[in-house]
Design a protein around this ligand. Structure first.
Ligand SMILES: NC(=O)c1ccc[n+]([C@@H]2O[C@H](COP(=O)([O-])OP(=O)(O)OC[C@H]3O[C@@H](n4cnc5c(N)ncnc54)[C@H](OP(=O)(O)O)[C@@H]3O)[C@@H](O)[C@H]2O)c1
Length: 229
């Protein structure tokens, strides 16, 4: 039976590379994209290389959009075995600036969206006695690395890591929930000076998404190795 993986922010960067990697690993891929046209364009680029994907419109910062996406999955009888919470935003706003916008957006994209998707999809995974959740976090939100990211980014990625621990504890033994850092990757977010390709950045995502039954849960990984929170 082919497993189904949903990747948020799958239309470009590391998310798109994760879609390609998961498809190569034998999974059916649902490419999440907040812009339908961008999603279709990304899906076309994958189909051109022989990869079969479906596109799901999903803006993870909007509860109603998440609800619509979940209705679509249900209507299409798509059971999600693997959830990759990849969508991310990066703002340089200082913590003591005078606008809440950057914090609120980062909180919605990095914490509330992943939480809503976990709440909706993990019960089905538990019932099926199989599930993998990969939260794409960042060393920029690691206390062990001095929280080097800009405030809204670092704080919400730290919160995503904390959420990973709490959700893993509730998800049961058959559902593995892990955080990872892709490293510094050449994407719109990472810039052209980054040393890693999106495929290299996505490698640990694919590894965590396909962990065996005795694989780890509740951890933080980089380059397939445990890394400190
Ligand atoms: N690049 C790095 O060096 C690096 C390092 C550490 C961690 N990461 C993490 O890796 C993940 C992917 O980053 P990337 O480098 O591939 O960045 P990217 O190229 O900027 O892509 C970000 C993706 O997130 C999507 N997104 C943003 N807000 C969204 C929302 N509200 N709903 C749905 N999708 C949304 C974007 O969609 P649109 O196209 O619609 O904007 C895009 O698909 C992020 O979580 C990021 O924090 C990246």
């Amino acid at each position: 039976m082919r497993r189904v993986a949903l990747v948020t922010g799958g239309n470009r960067g590391i998310g798109l590379a994760a879609c390609r990697g998961l498809a190569k690993a034998g999974l059916d891929v649902v490419l999440g994209s907040r812009e339908a046209e961008a999603g279709e364009e990304a899906a076309r680029s994958l189909r051109d290389t022989g990869v079969h994907v479906r596109v799901l419109g999903i803006d993870v910062a909007k509860p109603l959009a998440i609800e619509h996406a979940l209705h679509f999955l249900k209507a299409e009888k798509i059971h999600v075995d693997v959830l990759v919470n990849n969508a991310g935003v990066y703002s340089q706003e200082p913590a003591l600036g005078d606008s809440d916008a950057a914090f609120r957006e980062a909180w919605d994209v990095h914490v509330m969206g992943p939480l809503a998707l976990c709440r909706a999809l993990i019960p089905g995974m538990k019932k099926a006695k199989y599930g993998r959740v990969v939260n794409v976090s960042s060393g920029y939100g690691a206390f062990s690395e001095a929280m080097q990211g800009p405030p809204a980014y670092a704080v919400t990625k730290a919160a995503l890591n904390a959420l990973t621990v709490k959700i893993a504890a509730e998800a049961g033994t058959h559902v593995k929930v892990n955080s990872m850092c892709p490293g510094w990757v050449q994407t719109r977010m990472g810039g052209t000076g980054a040393p890693l390709t999106p495929e290299q950045g996505a490698d640990t995502i694919v590894w965590l998404a396909t962990l065996p039954e005795d694989g780890p849960t509740g951890g933080f990984y980089r380059e397939r190795q445990v890394t400190a929170w």
